[in-house]
Design a protein around this ligand. Structure first.
Ligand code: SF4
Length: 366
């Protein structure tokens, strides 16, 4: 998939974001031994050192030459906002002065040691987004550029450094559409899921897409071990087009076929994200159609309450969107379950700091 040309960041190249293979290649070009590349890899992602000077395992001359050419920091932490429910929202400044956000969400449920059962980091993949989903605050920012692999990996490194507990899950559901930045996202995934880095196991990494079929097909063909989630939000082509303009290019019918292909190739199920909107996608026919789609392959449906994005001053159709009232919300869940669907309700963690689903917009996401 083509990556927009504007993802190029001026300035010294980054070390973070380089995979083990990429570092080997780089050191080959520099005339350095392969094991030196492995030492740098360990320093970046296992020891998680923050400066080249600290990498005393490397010879001084090599450290000096790396320092002259490369930079270590990919994102600079500007602010952490704390929610009453334990969620943290991180604001990062990028090398070109732009900003992005990540959200760290603990589960309410605690384990035997009194720690959160899961700690999930939601990372951004682009600065802004050009897909224009009507319910999403990030859409109001437009797309500035793709994030580099280093900027994606560094969101994790910085968030982990500011968390007492180990991050257990990673979701690509922050600002941006991951499939539009496929190569950088997958380079970051390779680092995250490398056993040596002890970051995240593949089955606990989820890529969430608005339904970009070429990316889904590529994930299927490459046999990725990570999980796939799809922002569905409608059961008819007409409603989906209104909510998510990208549906005009990749139709609901084509999306269903692509997901079936994905399942046949990977033997992995799919998670559907479904925000309930009052009177728009929460009727009896929607229940039937959603359950029918979910039966085509193993799947789970995440039902998500709509979080108002009034702080972005939405206009037109976006301004008309309202959350489904609580009694109808419960009715919809019960009906879907009665149809045999595997349904869970996504929590509204971080709502008080505008960090809930769809609210990341730099005071956005899937
Ligand atoms: S929901 Fe995701 S794809 Fe849609 S506009 Fe927001 S960030 Fe972009």
């Amino acid at each position: 998939m083509a990556i927009p040309a504007r993802d190029i960041v001026k300035g010294p190249p980054e070390l973070k974001g380089l995979t083990r293979g990429a570092l080997e290649q780089l050191f080959l070009l520099l005339g350095e031994k392969k094991y030196r590349a492995h030492q740098l890899y360990d320093a970046l992602y296992i020891n998680r050192l923050e400066s080249i000077d600290e990498m005393v395992v490397l010879p001084a001359a090599l450290r000096a030459s790396l320092s002259e050419t490369y930079r270590m920091q990919s994102v600079a932490l500007q602010q952490i906002q704390h929610s009453d429910d334990g969620t943290k929202k991180f604001l990062f400044e990028l090398y070109d002065g732009r900003s992005i956000e990540s959200v760290l969400i603990p589960t309410e449920k605690l384990d035997d040691a009194g720690k959160p059962y899961r700690l999930t980091l939601c990372v951004s993949t682009q600065v802004g987004c050009n897909l224009g989903c009507k319910f999403c605050a990030t859409a109001t920012l437009n797309l500035a550029r793709n994030l580099t692999a280093g900027e994606i990996v560094d969101q994790y490194l910085q968030a982990q450094a500011h968390s007492e507990e180990k991050i257990t899950n990673l979701v690509f559901m922050g600002m941006g559409e991951p499939m539009q930045n496929y190569d950088n996202v997958m380079a970051a995934v390779e680092i995250f899921t490398d056993q040596r880095t002890d970051m995240i196991v593949p089955r606990r990494v989820t890529i969430s897409t608005a339904g970009l079929i070429p990316g889904i097909m590529r994930m299927a063909d490459e046999g990725k071990l990570i999980k796939l989630a799809v922002s569905l939000h409608a059961t008819t082509q007409g409603v989906r087009e209104k909510l998510m303009p990208i549906a005009k290019k990749y139709t609901l019918s084509q999306l269903g076929d692509a997901l079936e292909y994905y399942y046949r190739k990977t033997h992995k199920g799919v998670t559907f994200e479904y925000i309930l909107f009052d009177g728009l996608n929460d009727g009896p026919d929607d229940v039937k159609r959603l359950a029918k789609l979910a039966r085509r392959f193993p799947s789970r449906i995440n039902i998500i309450p709509f979080h108002q994005i009034d702080f972005t001053a939405p206009v037109g159709f976006a301004a008309e969107l309202r959350p489904t009232p609580p009694d109808r919300f419960e009715w919809f869940l019960a009906q879907l379950r009665a149809e045999g669907a595997n349904v869970i309700v996504r929590s509204s963690s971080g709502l008080d700091i505008d960090a809930a689903c769809g609210q990341l917009a730099l005071s956005g996401g899937h």
